[in-house]
Write a protein that binds this ligand. Structure first.
Ligand SMILES: [Fe+2]
Length: 423
């Protein structure tokens, strides 16, 4: 009999010990907690033909990391490519191949089919939801998960995982009450589930419940603060709650500590740093040499022109630091990416380029130009990925540009719209 995962799905090529390591790694992956990778490495060393161990390693390394780390993910895909596998496992491999090529739409679609055939496959749901996130596909963030729900019950191992994914999908489609309930239920089952913690934080952000947000993150469940693979982003959410209450110093302390303190050059971490520092700048905070350090980190890591969403955040850092020449280079990279192929060409053309152009204009005090570009792009900004809360920086920059350019009627209109959206 072949080894199986926690819900009975075949794990081709796994010894009993390697399968046990994999099951534990999947549990950690669902919570974005601890150290799943060493478990996968051990499983692969023990069982080199273990398809899903290579796949999960690839899924974890390919997206949102640094170029070096992504190369390790691509190597994991290559290792899995020709192994004996079931249909389900072949679907995972094919999706990882697409992910490695930056084809997130294709990867998400393949994983969608895996989930339809195997709704209990939690890795297919989670890696698929990551693709929906990369694509800013609100509807699929929810529906990929809800269609699998009937197969799950409180008796299913890692039930908290699907609740956390459900919570985020419901939140991104504006179903805030149900999202909050699902996220809180997940946390009651598994306090370390950083994705569920995050989903509730999103609800509180979108509903402007800043004080509730601080209580949720600091007091009600601080388990996410320790050994989380998603810690920086959750700290970013906590900083946003403080910023929303005018507690700039608290937000700055989070920037200096948990967000940038360890000098990470992972794309997701730099992006959170840039997004927070830009908001602090818009608030008029003294950012001092922080933009310089952040721009250094972006220039040092390379890999620009690969993700419109990352590039827009890199531009915040370069503009904030006054790096005109590097900003021009980045615009050239964006123009090349827009003329290329794959999902990122569309994302860059439709959203990344106009946002970057607006940021450059903002930095050059051409506020009317910045406002004009941002007004054009805001309704389609979901196409370059991320969450509503992340893309809110576009609206915030637009309001600041309207104010700085003296367009008081526009500013008033935008603020009225914002108040109505966040009663
Ligand atoms: Fe978030």
């Amino acid at each position: 009999m072949p080894e199986t995962d926690a819900v009975g799905l075949t794990l081709t090529g796994a010894s009993p010990q390697a399968a046990a390591d994999y099951r534990q790694a999947v549990s950690l992956y669902h919570s974005l907690y601890g150290a799943p990778l060493p478990l996968l490495e051990r499983a692969i060393a023990d069982s080199p033909g273990f398809v899903m161990a290579h796949v999960l390693k690839a899924d974890m390394l390919l997206v949102g990391t640094s170029p070096d780390v992504a190369a390790m993910g691509a190597a994991a895909v290559d290792a899995a490519r020709d192994l004996t596998a079931t249909d389900r496992e072949r679907g995972h491999v094919a999706a990882a191949v697409q992910m490695a090529a930056g084809q997130f739409t294709a990867a998400g679609r393949i994983l969608e089919d895996v989930s339809i055939a195997h709704p209990l496959d939690g890795v297919a749901l989670q890696s698929g939801q990551l693709m929906d996130f990369m694509l800013g596909d609100s509807r699929m963030l929810r529906d990929r998960i809800t269609r699998a729900l009937p197969a799950w019950s409180t008796q299913t191992p890692d039930y908290h995982a699907i609740l956390g994914m459900l919570a985020f999908g419901l939140e991104e489609t504006g179903l805030y009450d149900r999202a909050e309930a699902a996220g809180r239920e997940a946390i009651a089952l598994e306090p370390r589930n950083a994705w569920a913690q995050h989903a509730v934080a999103h609800v509180l952000e979108m509903q402007d419940r800043r004080a509730d947000g601080i209580t949720w993150m600091r007091t009600e469940n601080p388990a996410w603060q320790k050994d989380s693979l998603f810690g920086v982003h959750n700290w970013w959410h906590l900083a946003l709650f403080h910023l929303g209450l005018g507690e700039t110093e608290e937000a700055m302390a989070i920037y200096d500590g948990p967000i940038t303190g360890d000098g990470s050059d992972m794309a997701f971490d730099l992006l959170d740093a840039a997004a927070l520092l830009w908001r602090l700048k818009l608030e008029g905070a003294a950012t001092q040499d922080r933009f310089v350090k952040l721009a250094d980190a972006y220039e040092g890591k390379g890999g620009l022109g690969l993700s419109a969403f990352d590039d827009a955040h890199a531009m915040m850092a370069l503009v904030g630091a006054g790096r005109d020449s590097a900003a021009r280079d980045l615009m050239a990279s964006l123009e090349a990416a827009a003329a290329g192929a794959g999902d990122n060409a569309m994302m860059t053309n439709d959203v990344g380029l106009p946002v970057a152009r607006a940021l450059v204009a903002f930095g050059q005090n051409r506020f009317a130009d910045a406002a004009d570009d941002l007004r054009t792009v805001r309704s389609r900004a979901h196409r370059f990925g991320g969450s509503h809360a992340q893309r809110d920086v576009i609206d915030l920059t637009l309001i600041a540009a309207a104010r700085a350019s003296g367009e008081t009627s526009l500013e008033r209109a935008l603020i009225a719209e914002r108040v109505a959206a966040r009663p």
